[in-house]
Design a protein around this ligand. Structure first.
Ligand code: SF4
Length: 709
């Protein structure tokens, strides 16, 4: 029995970017269970298996419940909050004073609530004076952000989930939505049933999603942009371009089309480059041409790439060229991985964003500095995640505060990341769990943060919908909300006035006010209508899509149907992309390409889903999917153990022989962790190549070798 709730508490799921509404209810015994919120527009009462099992994940086993500091002998010892906060503040101030602000960094998380994220960004970018604030969202959707900004002049998702109900063609690129965005996938299947919509899946690997597709294109790894270049050429040559839209609202088509013709001059050439049957490519092109109501959804198979931004641009080019954007049932749609990747983007959680979707121009730095009353604004973009940990390794970053994420498992070259963090001068972790790979990498100060179910704030889902996450459990032990921890550190650094928030609603109001400050329609993100929201209205805030420009004008549901892009001339940009290729090809020493991704029933490094017996049954241990022919060549059978090795690390995994796997390509899940390679910590193998625009690492195609154990 965990407690009693007088009535169901409406909150939001802490897992994927669908952002489902959840009702948490206690039964007579006090046991708490989750059900779908019928009033939440994202899920209309449905939950997937992960959301349904939330009640199993809220126990206190393994929780960090008290502040701790590592003693000289290396043991973690319980201390008072005042000691831990003062030590955190003293270390940050000392490093910034001695080595300059850029010697300090925060590494944040898409699990943080918007208000937590806002507080962290304000402290570093306005008061410490560095933009070395990045987030695990860099691994998730940074390429979509960069693609949006390049094409639209802003990080705007133009459409809404309702478009999935109204489409005639749904094209999923690099997305296993059936497992990773299950409630949206059910919505797509309902559209298929209700209006006969066709579904196309473009993915090197056959998945649960492709099993229900009308057309599956098992594309050669890394060639998505070549396929969409071929599509752009096809649209131009079949008279399918929307000349009126192009002339009125865009610029750069000629250059983008010329480049597309170099990359994929004909349908036949496109098919060869992409490793696809010509007839299947022809079918996709014909369906796309014939169906104005087309939504192209893309996820990590596009984003997690050293050419991820180009892949996004190649997709946006096709939608801009046909004017299929911002209208009912059509548009490009980025499926975000995490529950609050979007909220993090909105407050400037990425090192190359300032706040409220602003960048680092002189005007924007000045504007945010005046709004915050900031003494020491960051003057330029900070280090993105991979660069940040390279700087930790090189010793130029000496103070690191990791919040709500586990980089020792999830980052590429995870073994090197773990070693690098052990050498930090000042290493702070705010966490739910007492022991994880990042804590065990030598963290000096542990700050016990409130977990989902205990904390209070807002998140934004993939369709720009802001939802409340509400607490339904008391704060256990001495845990505190992340925003409170950050504010208390800021006060001890001498910035009391700017961080003197009495409650979380005050932060939301400040965030809303900044979004409309000197905006005048020049920025997409505007929730100024919430600047004076009362605490009681914040408490009952219903899920709402931004923009919310005034309290009564809830703004536009969709963007860009009539142009109005956030570029200086209000026109979208077609992008001439680079020649698609992979950073590293297989060779005799490393003959396979390792693809990584999610399992249906687990989330990230399993600190929450690992507690739920229901979720443990689907896949019980780390595994390696391999094509039957490759398994035969390697002398492997289902159930064998195989050691997978890259130039960066190794892991031991259980072999699963899968005919849906492409030859030469392996797949392993990202979730498992632990001290040694035998725990299947797959991040240890992943190469650190990044996209030049987004800084997002290539996590889908690392050359590896394979031996039977
Ligand atoms: Fe949670 Fe995503 Fe499942 Fe919805 S689809 S219940 S947000 S994991």
């Amino acid at each position: 029995a965990l407690g009693t709730l007088p009535k169901p508490v409406a909150t939001a799921c802490p897992y994927c970017g669908v952002g489902c509404g959840v009702l948490m209810t206690a039964d007579a015994s006090g046991a708490i269970t989750a059900s779908g919120d019928p009033d939440h527009p994202a899920n209309r009462g449905r939950l997937c298996v992960k959301g349904s099992a939330l009640g199993e994940t809220i126990g206190l086993e393994g929780r960090l419940l008290h502040p701790m500091i590592r003693s000289r002998s290396g043991t973690l010892e319980r201390v008072s909050w005042d000691s831990a906060l003062s030590a955190t503040a003293e270390g940050l101030s000392r490093i910034a004073r001695t080595h300059g602000p850029d010697a300090a960094a925060f590494y944040l998380s898409g699990q943080l609530l918007t208000e937590d994220y806002y507080a962290a960004n304000k402290l570093m970018k306005g008061f410490v004076g560095t933009a070395n604030v990045d987030t695990n969202s860099r691994l998730c959707m940074a390429s979509s952000v960069a693609g949006h900004r390049r094409g639209f002049g802003s990080d705007t998702v133009p459409g809404t989930y309702e478009d999935l109900d109204e489409a005639d063609l749904l094209v999923l690129v690099g997305s296993n939505a059936a497992w990773c965005h299950p409630i949206l996938w059910q919505r797509m299947l309902a559209t298929k049933q209700a209006r006969g919509a066709r579904i196309v899946v473009i993915d090197p690997r056959k998945t649960a999603t492709s099993a229900d597709a009308d057309l599956m294109l098992a594309i050669r790894p890394g060639m998505d942009a070549a396929l969409f270049s071929g599509l752009l050429v096809h649209l131009a040559e079949t008279g399918a371009l929307d000349r009126a839209y192009i002339d009125a609202h865009t610029t750069g088509l000629d250059q983008a089309l010329a480049r597309a013709r170099e990359i994929a001059p004909t349908l036949a050439a496109t098919a060869i480059t992409c490793g696809l049957p010509e007839a299947d490519v022809a079918t996709l092109f014909a369906w796309f041409t014939a169906n104005p109501r087309v939504v192209t959804l893309y996820s990590q198979g596009v984003n997690q790439s050293a050419q991820g931004t180009d892949k996004v641009s190649a997709i946006l080019n096709c939608h801009l060229a046909t004017g299929r954007i911002g209208r009912v049932g059509m548009g490009p749609f980025s499926l975000t991985g995490q529950p609050n990747a979007m909220g993090g983007r909105e407050v400037g959680g990425l090192a190359n964003m300032l706040a409220a979707h602003m960048g680092f121009s002189g005007t924007e730095i000045d504007r945010v500095g005046r709004f915050w009353g900031a003494p020491r604004m960051a003057e330029r973009e900070g280090l993105k995640a991979i660069q940040m940990f390279d700087a930790v390794e090189a010793g130029s970053i000496k103070a690191l505060w990791v919040m709500a994420t586990n980089p020792a498992v999830s980052l590429p070259r995870a073994d090197a990341v773990r070693r690098a963090m052990a050498g930090l001068d000042h290493f702070v972790v705010s966490e739910n769990m007492l022991s994880n790979d990042t804590v065990n990498s030598g963290a000096h100060i542990l700050l016990p943060a409130a977990a989902w179910g205990e904390k209070d704030g807002t998140v934004t889902n993939s369709e720009r919908r802001i939802s409340r996450q509400r607490p339904f459990l008391p704060l256990p032990g001495e845990t505190r909300p992340d925003w409170w921890i950050i504010a208390e550190v800021a006060k001890r650094m001498g910035y009391g006035e700017a961080f003197d928030w009495p409650d979380v609603a005050s932060i939301f109001r400040e965030h809303a006010a900044l979004s409309s400050f000197e905006n005048r329609g020049s920025r997409d993100f505007d929730i100024g209508g919430f600047s004076h929201l009362s605490n009681s209205d914040y408490e009952v805030l219903a899920p709402v899509q931004w923009p919310v420009r005034t309290p009564t004008d809830l703004g536009d549901k969709r963007f860009f149907a009539e142009g109005g892009f956030f570029t200086p001339d209000a026109r979208a940009r077609f992008i001439a992309i680079d020649q698609p290729d992979l950073k590293a090809e297989p060779d005799p020493a490393f003959p396979y390409l390792l693809n990584t991704g999610r399992m249906r029933d687990h989330w990230h490094t399993m600190t929450r889903t690992g507690k739920a017996p229901t979720l443990g049954r689907h896949r019980v241990e780390p595994l390696l999917e391999i094509h039957p022919d490759d398994a035969a060549v390697e002398g492997l059978a289902a159930g064998d153990l195989a050691e997978v090795t890259s130039t960066h690390g190794k892991a031991t995994l259980r072999v699963a022989v899968e005919p849906g796997q492409s030859r030469g390509s392996l797949f392993a899940p990202i979730h498992w962790n632990g001290e040694t390679a035998s725990h299947g910590r797959i991040g240890a193998l992943v190469q650190p190549f990044t996209d030049p625009w987004s800084g997002q690492p290539e996590m889908k195609a690392t050359p590896v070798s394979l031996t039977r154990v």
